[in-house]
Design a protein. Structure first.
Length: 382
């Protein structure tokens, strides 16, 4: 069973080692379960090794508060302690950090984006309160003012080992450690280039649980087989392009979308994007069906990719209908009056729509035509 932590020790041992090597609260395993398992060991001394991008705020606070209440806890950042993982790192009586490791602080991010304006305001207030709590927690351990720490959070501040030592975020800088974490960093805005480069290199190599622990313990492992060549890049489908355009309207950049779609971890941003895509799937087909019922040669993908202009297509449709009716009446077609409500052109168009309704047998298309009839008098105003 997958977990975001591992424990090395047995009940009755004087000391134990705990490894937090993934997203806190992931895989359906709670902070309460973590605390219960560690507490059951009864160890008088704990060393908590950390390589994590963060995770659940409340779970992280619970773990940090529990560790801070233990008499002999050492925290040791192996690779990265970002977000809530950094708060846990601050809970040690002794805080250690590998020379090539990083700490990061930032403001809380909500995994929920739905709701009305009042919901968003309430959520913003709640995030501010959580941010203040994290600022005070870190400030109490570092001796910095809450104002200084708040600026760290506002700017998504990354610290290498030397900077962390200067900021009193760590007590001891240890020799460089092999790092095996394989995390999606696309949700962060200011990842240091050395960390980004190292993560990219690690992501290109397959890792097993055994190789991860062998590296942590300094043991030799067999050379992994060469990675299979990546499949040839395929052009995105119209549907994928539409999804990308739709999700970008939420302020989500294409690289984040791509990373989230490929990420199988319980990542908040990934889940949000996947939910939006799942919701869009049904909506796209309904939009296209409505266009077809209205006799418009356009799809949602055409609009998203800028291939066709819906406004121009509607204007062209109205002009054609007006010309047909004028020809049938034996008069010269005239441009529709766009200013007068209830103009002759609009009345003629309304008659045409009513005729189509009488002939149409498909209930869905009849419903679309009925909506067109209700709006016929204002259809030329865009």
């Amino acid at each position: 069973m997958k977990s975001w932590y591992n424990i090395k020790g047995q009940a009755g041992d004087a000391s134990a080692e705990v490894y937090i090597l993934d997203e806190i609260g992931g895989f359906g395993i709670s902070a309460a379960q973590f605390i219960g398992e560690v507490k059951a060991l009864g160890a008088k001394s704990l060393t908590v090794y950390i390589d994590s991008p963060g995770g659940d705020i409340f779970g992280g606070l619970a773990i940090a508060n529990w560790l801070a209440g233990q008499p002999n806890v050492t925290t040791h950042v192996l690779g990265m302690a970002a977000s809530m993982a950094n708060v846990i790192a601050q809970a040690g009586r002794v805080r250690r950090m590998a020379e090539n490791a990083y700490l990061m602080t930032h403001n809380p991010i909500s995994p929920y984006f739905g709701g009305n304006a009042d919901d968003f305001r309430d959520q913003a207030d709640w995030l501010d309160r959580l941010g203040n709590t994290l600022s005070k927690t870190i400030a109490a351990r570092t001796g910095k003012t809450a104002e200084v720490v708040s600026k760290w959070l506002d700017n998504e501040t990354w610290f290498d080992a030397a900077q962390a030592k200067e900021a009193n975020l760590t007590d001891e800088v240890m020799p460089t450690a092999p790092v095996q974490g394989n995390f999606n960093l696309a949700r962060f805005n200011a990842v240091p280039q050395p960390l980004q480069t190292a993560m990219t290199a690690r992501n290109s190599q397959p890792h097993t649980i055994m190789s991860k622990f062998a590296a942590l313990f300094g043991l030799a492992t067999s050379t992994p087989p060469p990675a299979a060549p990546p499949p040839a890049a395929q052009a995105p489908t119209d549907k994928e392009k539409f999804y990308g355009a739709a999700l970008e309207s939420f302020g989500i950049e294409p690289p984040v979308i791509a990373a989230a779609l490929a990420d199988n971890k319980p990542d908040f941003a990934s889940n949000f994007i996947k939910e939006k895509i799942a919701g869009l799937d049904g909506k796209v087909s309904k939009v296209d069906a409505a266009f077809t019922a209205a006799g418009l040669a356009i799809t949602a993908a055409d609009i998203a990719e800028g291939k066709k202009d819906l406004k121009a297509l509607l204007e062209e449709s109205v002009a054609k209908a007006t010309a047909r009716q004028a020809a049938a009446a034996g008069r010269d077609p005239a441009p529709p009056d766009r200013t007068a409500e209830g103009s002759a052109g609009n009345d003629d168009d309304l008659d045409t729509i009513r005729g189509l309704i009488e002939k149409e047998e498909n209930p869905e298309k009849r419903a679309c035509l009925a909506r067109r009839a209700r709006k016929a008098r204002g259809i030329t105003s865009f």
